[in-house]
Design a protein around this ligand. Structure first.
Ligand code: ATP
Ligand code: MG
Ligand code: MG
Length: 537
């Protein structure tokens, strides 16, 4: 609620250095539909939305940058629209770069005619070296007729055409390598997910971006700072093609420790079955982090707090989840769970013979969350770890009930642990001591009456997919993959948990926050994902 509002207001007062805003602000978010949105894309989308809709009364365009038919799919495009809606981002207009294939083609022909572009067939490796060394391509001074003829072959997608590509004639040896005759058109006979086989040539991102921005009336093109070197070529296209002016504005790319933020690499994880899918709770996708229990206001606050800073830092998920905790705490109802493995049965001496229940608040601070039924009886279970910590005649507190004294402890040596002599507590006798002061006990223990329908739950915790804090370009994925990232614990939960629905966020006393991924149904355990809180465990 209020916190996020303050953050946004604070951000609104930064000097973000967006020029010439008096004549209107039109921004655009241009995802390539080649994967699901990740948290980095969320930053780009939220910043564009923020400038267009909150800081200025402007327009936000959503443009699918669909110029590479080999990578793009309708499925991804639909998912992007859904995820933006989920983040509360509504574009005023939606378009596709492919809507402009004809115009882009015409601009390319214009450049060939005006001698500001040429067709080239230099092999990839040679081209790379020539570009590094500032050497002109052998085709750089081909005639207009030759260039047009080769572009036609490309357009027809012939075997010969496939060898050619078009380059803008910017510079051979400019110190800014982005200006060394960048490629603007390639031949690719693969069918496009929207235009089918109409085109066998596709414009590059470098070429489309300035042209389509200018054509759609974009006033400020926001890009991550690694594009800074390409601002000059962007402006060169606008000038050479005599297009409307567009400002470039850079912001820092978002990076997180032990996290891949590249659709290409995330696709690999999905395809290799390392994760369940794009919405796996270990994925840094908008869907993944939501499934892990992140709330949208928390995501907004976290991203807008990064604000217009241009410093690229390797962010830590700790701060991210700490922000989220502020938002989930007031909505997380409290329940109780006890681990199934070696759960200890206790007899409670002094409890009423007949089991009974009382209405208790779901959250002592947030009464609007309602109430639950807490059962009391002579037969309860507690966690093995708690039971093992008890000493004979120790006074402990049974949370939300009262104090009790440990009167007898039964042990057995776990056969699996014969060597270590590790003992398992098999039963306890506790004597209620309700006049005792809970402030004076050291141990506050969660417990569950056996005289209620105990609900089976599977608690799932996750670890990072990647073992290395900062990934380098040449890291081999297989070498940095964490072999075990999923940890399951079976537990019993109080009867009230039966009513929880998918997506509910709750807290189990002393166990932390969870999001219900699968509700309890037909005796099948509820599946709950642990929500990180930023504290190390
Ligand atoms: P990826 O490598 O993950 O595919 P991309 O930049 O190629 O990233 P696009 O779909 O082209 O993916 O990105 C859409 C927008 O999101 C672009 O404006 C891009 O600058 C921005 N973006 C992508 N990754 C990040 C990131 N890590 N931090 C901030 N913005 C990002
Ligand atoms: Mg891109
Ligand atoms: Mg990419």
């Amino acid at each position: 609620g209020d916190d996020s509002k303050n953050e946004k207001d604070e951000f609104a007062s930064y000097d973000i250095g967006l020029q010439d805003t008096e004549h209107g602000v039109v921004t655009r978010f241009p995802p390539e539909p080649s994967g699901y949105l990740h948290i980095g894309h969320a930053k780009a989308a939220m910043l564009n939305d923020f400038f267009a809709h909150k800081k200025y009364k402007g327009t936000l365009l959503l443009r699918f940058d669909d110029t590479n038919p080999s990578k793009e799919k309708q499925e991804f495009q639909d998912a992007i629209v859904e995820d933006l809606a989920l983040m509360g981002i509504k574009a005023d207009k939606t378009s596709h770069t492919s809507d402009y294939f004809q115009e882009l083609y015409d601009y390319c022909v214009q450049m060939l005619n005006e001698g500001t572009a040429y067709a080239d067939d230099t092999p990839q490796e040679v081209l790379k070296k020539e570009r590094m060394d500032g050497i002109a391509s052998a085709r750089r001074d081909a005639s207009i007729e030759e260039n047009l003829a080769n572009f036609e072959k490309m357009k027809a997608g012939t075997e010969e055409g496939k060898k050619w590509f078009i380059r803008a004639k910017m510079s051979v040896d400019d110190p800014n390598k982005a200006l060394r005759d960048p490629v603007i058109y390639r031949c690719n006979p693969q069918a496009h997910h929207r235009t089918g086989d109409t085109w066998k040539i596709y414009p590059t991102y470098d070429f489309c971006c300035p042209i389509v921005d200018a054509m759609e009336g974009v006033t400020h093109a926001l890009r991550t700072t690694e594009y800074k070197d390409r601002d000059a070529q962007y402006q060169w296209f606008l000038k050479t093609l005599r297009l409307r002016h567009v400002y470039n504005w850079d912001f820092a790319r978002m990076n997180f420790i032990r996290t891949l933020l590249s659709k290409r690499k995330l696709t690999k994880l999905v395809d290799a079955g390392v994760v369940w899918g794009w919405d796996d709770p270990r994925m840094p996708t908008v869907r993944g982090i939501r499934r892990r229990g992140c709330t949208i206001p928390a995501l907004q606050e976290f991203i807008l707090k990064q604000g217009p800073s241009k410093n690229i830092v390797n962010l830590d998920w700790t701060t991210f989840w700490a922000t989220n905790k502020k938002y989930i705490d007031p909505i997380a109802a409290r329940y109780t769970a006890v681990e199934q493995a070696d759960a200890v049965s206790c007899t409670v001496v002094g409890a009423r013979a007949a089991p009974y229940s009382e209405d208790k608040e779901l959250h002592v601070k947030y009464k609007e969350l309602g109430s639950k039924n807490v059962w009391y009886s002579q037969h309860i279970i507690i966690d093995q770890a708690d039971a093992q910590s008890f000493a004979q005649d120790e006074e402990i507190t049974l949370m939300n009930w009262g104090n009790a004294i440990v009167r007898s402890i039964s042990h057995s040596v776990n056969p699996l642990n014969l060597l270590t002599g590790h003992k398992v507590v098999t039963a306890l006798e506790l004597e209620l001591h309700l006049q005792g002061d809970f402030r004076k006990t050291e141990k506050k223990v969660t417990w569950l009456s056996k005289d209620q329908e105990l609900i089976p739950v599977e608690l799932v915790d996750f670890d990072y997919l990647i073992t290395k804090d900062k990934l380098e370009e040449d890291d081999v994925l297989e070498d940095v993959l964490n072999p075990k990232t999923e940890f399951r614990t079976s537990a019993w939960a109080d009867c009230n948990v039966a009513g929880l629905k998918e997506d509910d966020i709750l807290q189990f006393d002393r166990k932390g926050y969870f999001r219900v991924d699968k509700a309890f149904k037909h005796g099948q355990p509820a599946v709950m994902f642990q929500i990180p809180t930023g504290r190390s465990k």
